[in-house]
Design a protein around this ligand. Structure first.
Ligand code: MN
Ligand code: MN
Length: 469
């Protein structure tokens, strides 16, 4: 059958209109690589559900690839690979390029929304012992009830011994739960707004149930918990104060859909970008620029604090880098001339809640890595914005390497939005743009991404590290 001949206008239309095609079609020859990458990614995020676990595992991974702590290095030369561990919660890893005056940065965050324990969390009521939590990050609180929870954290005994607690990830371990009210008695609760149907002070986690057999004692269940914590870990009640303890969904990543095209997992914001950027750093060959992976903590609560992107740790690292590479530049010159990607996720168009987005300016699952010129909210508040020149550069980079990409805004103008670390990185004067996969159910206990978008994100980050400009 002869192909239908296109009219000159049809031909021109193809040339000058944006084509929005599924990345699954564009990368149909790479389906195996996409699935394989998805398996490695799932394995990583299933095992690393806190910022501390991410940083520890990533240090193990990069040390295998011959990165060493910058503290152990007197001098740095092209080809050297070093990292700085920032209080076990944030990390800067860097490969010195053949031109150490040039710097390329990909910055992601390794913290995710979760439930932290209060300073005095433990109490007993109605025949159970409970832990009071203070949620971290922007969550819909009602999503965190009636799901299995695991506990991860570190505490210090009065003698100063470090104690690690990890319960609820292995099949033979117990889980924890915040039970919701039964519908039969929820007449008043159901009249509340979504924001108050479960309130902050309702996030009380069931931790134990069996009382000690001693009729003269009060708070018999609480006592049994303290006895267990003391005999197992050497901890006393007061040690919760000298602790970072987090409750996270005790759910392992799974494939979604009969075609296994999607992944549901906890913490994909932003470990999807942390993992893909890490892989890009490990896999990037022969970099001309010094390439730097920055994994920030505390992004979900506004990047404040000494492990967040708003702190000066980045400057401190650059000072040390300059001193040890012995290049004649100041940290502000290096950072002002650096190129950066703020590696973070964005919202995908949700077929059930389409009204919150402008359908022409939203990211779609499976359409490749989303490169977003700006984030923030109505009126472009609380965001930086990538310049036309830099957007052109990234668009060209993706096109040159055949990497499917898309762009969009997170939400209709007056509805809402979101921030990333882009605004903190761009403060130094560097060009910076947000790029990462889009997702459904962001900040929920089980977020959904497309495997092809995760793969495209990795490809773009790697191309960015390897590019010469
Ligand atoms: Mn994020
Ligand atoms: Mn987030």
């Amino acid at each position: 059958m002869a192909e239908e001949k296109k009219s000159p206008n049809q031909e021109l239309q193809e040339k000058i209109s944006v084509k929005k095609e599924s990345a699954w079609i564009q990368l149909k020859d790479k389906t195996n690589s996409i699935y394989n990458f998805g398996e490695e990614y799932k394995s990583f995020i299933g095992k690393n559900k806190t910022e501390r676990l991410c940083v520890r595992t990533i240090i193990e991974m990069i040390e295998k690839a011959h990165f060493s702590s910058i503290n152990t290095k007197g001098a740095l030369k092209p080809g050297d690979a070093v990292y700085k561990n920032i209080k076990g919660k944030s990390l800067i890893a860097c490969k010195v390029g053949s031109d150490p005056m040039k710097v390329r940065i990909i910055g992601a965050h390794v913290d995710s929304p979760r439930l932290d324990l209060k300073p005095y969390p433990l109490y007993e009521d109605a025949e159970v012992a409970l832990l009071k939590s203070h949620y971290y990050g922007g969550i819909k609180k009602y999503q965190w009830v009636n799901i299995p929870l695991a506990i991860h954290g570190v505490a210090f005994t009065r003698e100063g011994k470090t104690v690690e607690i990890h319960i609820g990830e292995n099949p033979d371990e117990p889980r924890f739960i915040i039970p919701d009210l039964l519908p039969h008695l929820a007449k008043d609760q159901m009249k509340k707004t979504g924001e108050t149907v479960i309130e902050g002070e309702d996030l009380n986690i069931i931790f134990a149930h069996i009382p000690v057999d001693d009729k003269d004692m009060k708070e018999k269940i609480k006592f049994n918990v303290l006895k267990y914590l003391n005999s197992t870990y050497g901890l006393i009640d007061e040690d919760f104060i000298a602790a970072d303890i987090e409750l996270v969904p005790a759910l392992q990543p799974v494939d979604i859909g009969i075609d296994r095209g999607l992944i549901a997992a906890y913490g994909q914001d932003d470990r999807a970008c942390a993992y893909t950027a890490l892989r890009a750093l490990l896999d990037a060959n022969e970099c001309n620029a010094t390439v730097l992976l920055y994994l920030a903590d505390r992004e979900e609560i506004g990047s404040m604090g000494d492990t967040g992107a708003e702190s000066f740790v980045f400057i401190n690292f650059m000072r040390e880098y300059i001193r040890k590479t012995n290049i004649s530049a100041t940290w502000d010159e290096l950072l002002e001339n650096a190129l950066a990607i703020s590696a973070d996720v964005t919202g995908a168009l949700d077929p059930t809640f389409k009204s919150v987005n402008d359908p022409n300016n939203v990211s779609y699952l499976g359409h490749g890595v989303s490169i977003e010129k700006y984030g923030g909210r109505g009126g472009k508040y609380s965001t930086s914005e990538a310049h036309a020149e830099y957007m052109h550069y990234l668009r060209s980079l993706a096109t040159k390497h055949g990497i499917p990409w898309q762009t969009g805004e997170q939400g209709k103008i007056d509805i809402g939005g979101g921030g990333t670390i882009a605004m903190f990185m761009s403060r130094y004067g560097m060009d910076c743009v947000d790029a990462g996969p889009c997702m459904l159910g962001m900040h929920s206990p089980f977020e959904v991404t497309s495997k092809v978008d995760i793969y495209c994100t990795y490809l773009l980050y790697k191309a960015f590290f390897e590019d010469i400009r």
